[in-house]
Design a protein around this ligand. Structure first.
Ligand SMILES: NC(=O)c1ccc[n+]([C@@H]2O[C@H](COP(=O)([O-])OP(=O)(O)OC[C@H]3O[C@@H](n4cnc5c(N)ncnc54)[C@H](OP(=O)(O)O)[C@@H]3O)[C@@H](O)[C@H]2O)c1
Length: 295
């Protein structure tokens, strides 16, 4: 199939695109960059008007990083428009195209559910409150509208773990320096997923039309912040454990602390499990072994 990937130069795209090429798909990446670091066999474009063949599938990953900068009004606007306005512009382009894509895989995030306590959340759970929840709702709505009659999967990603980027590099930093820590009271849930399973979930969603609508892409065994710390301590030889108090996090990163770090959500991949998807890293111990290797 001919696949257009937005945000394909990022942490997920750089792992997903080789898997799509291996499966024989042709891949075009829409990037803001004039000279992105490239993957052989991929066509890079900066404008949709550069597309020369009809597109069967859109994989929409682009968006300014939520953890990229402190959330001031200008950066919040960038976070929103880099997703919602970009998705609308894709919709406008394809509504005028001769042939519209038949499959649309759109990234979203478990932030859709907002800060929750111990409640187990599936795709049927309600959306929550806060900036990230509204962002995800608006992004998902713009994707459904842009996709027209295509089959749309809204892949609500958990915290994607792997080496070489994403959240793990920052999460692992204190442990690598010999200090174990959890955030706040450490009871908040961390619904994580290994990047290999994210790649498999996108490929699965591409090939399986039983998947339609919201799809939680999180490992079946979420952990608390303390549980993550415990698993990391088994991998890294930490000398001391120093919890990071909430007020320190708020002083360091502002509003983001209460949305992304000191609260969480216990998300289960109900849709994926119901169609027989198999995780290569179902537990956090599996994921850390995969990332850090035997020690
Ligand atoms: N990684 C995670 O843990 C995680 C969790 C939940 C949801 N997600 C979502 O999944 C998507 C992909 O994640 P990722 O980790 O691969 O993200 P990433 O590494 O930050 O890459 C996102 C890509 O989006 C493009 N982009 C960045 N800022 C932009 C802007 N202001 N306007 C338009 N495009 C912009 C960039 O591509 P160009 O420079 O080539 O234009 C970038 O490579 C993101 O939308 C993210 O919010 C990720």
């Amino acid at each position: 199939m001919r696949i257009l990937v937005t945000g394909g130069t990022g942490f997920i795209g750089e792992a997903l695109i080789p898997a799509l090429l291996d499966k024989g798909h042709s891949v075009t990446v829409l990037s803001r960059q004039a000279s992105p670091s490239t993957i052989a066999g991929v066509t890079y474009i900066q404008q949709l008007e550069e597309i020369t063949e009809s597109i069967d599938v859109v994989i929409n990953l682009a968006g300014a990083s939520l953890a990229g900068k402190r959330w001031n009004t200008a950066y919040k606007d960038e976070i929103i428009s880099s997703r919602v306005a970009l998705t609308r512009s894709l919709g406008e382009y394809f509504s005028a195209a001769e042939q519209r894509p038949s499959i649309w895989l759109n990234a979203s995030a478990i932030g859709y559910y907002g800060p929750r306590e111990d409640e187990e959340l599936s795709e049927d759970s309600s959306s929550g409150h806060g900036f990230s929840a509204k962002l995800c709702r608006d992004w998902e709505a713009s994707a459904v509208e842009a996709a027209g009659d295509a089959r749309v999967c809204l892949l609500r990603l958990g915290v994607v773990l792997d080496e070489g980027g994403g959240a793990y590099a920052q999460m692992a930093q204190p442990f690598k320096m010999g200090v174990a820590n959890w955030l706040g009271d450490g009871k908040q849930w961390l619904s994580w997923v290994h990047r290999d399973d994210v790649v498999s979930a996108f490929c699965f969603a591409l090939e399986n039309d039983q998947l339609d609508g919201p799809v939680n892409v999180t490992a079946p065994e979420p952990v608390s912040s303390r549980g993550f710390c415990f698993a990391m301590r088994k991998v890294h030889r930490t000398l001391v454990a120093i919890p990071m108090p909430g007020f320190v996090m708020r002083a360091m990163v502002g509003e983001m602390a209460d949305e992304l770090l000191l609260t969480g959500q216990r998300v289960l991949p109900a849709a994926l499990m119901s169609v027989g998807f198999s995780f290569s890293c179902p537990s956090i111990d599996d994921a850390l072994l995969q990332i850090e290797g035997e020690r």
